[in-house]
Design a protein around this ligand. Sequence first.
Ligand code: HEC
Length: 173
Amino acid sequence: MRRLLVPFLFGCAALIAAMNFEPRYEASGQMLIPDGYRQWQFVGSNMGIGYDASIKKGTFKNIYIQPEAYRTFKATGKFPDKTVLVMEVFSAGEKAAPAKTGHFEEKFLGIEAAVKDEGKFPTEKWAYYNFIAQSGGALKSAKAFPKEACWNCHNEHAKVDNVFVQFYPALRD
Ligand code: HEC
């Protein structure tokens, strides 16, 4: 019986790891770019909100959260440790046939992430990353920004625990 138990537990652990995305880091401490987020829970999108000079105005942003963190938030009103919110950025295209007015999500510019990691950041709890290379394209890993760059604004203006829940219908309703 015991001979079967160990492989069974390893199997379960592997399955859970595949289901629950957790932030992963390089030895240097840089966070590895999250993948698979298009299968996560979509919470909301924004068009043209500008708050970071390095991001062009007039971009579309779509925000996703891991399904498990979403369920926990809906049940408890709290974001669990290891919550990751991915924000993907698209340029705004226009006048593609048959559309005569309006904008659509055209070129994929890359992703940013907000990560709650209480073990790694016991005081701030949340860290912020940008995986968009200056020269275009994606970075394999990124360094957490200093507090003044991202955390301060999120902490001051975001409605719930540093997250801009007020802009995300799937979280605020
Ligand atoms: C001046 C305020 C401000 C600063 C500074 C700021 N943000 Fe945000 N952030 C926002 C607002 C407002 C939103 C809501 C959605 C949007 O803008 O598209 C947001 C949303 C996000 C989200 C989606 C998840 C969430 O927490 O709501 C991520 C990821 C994010 N920001 C990353 C960053 C990163 C990385 C930096 C630093 C380079 C940064 N932010 C700096 C205001 C700010």
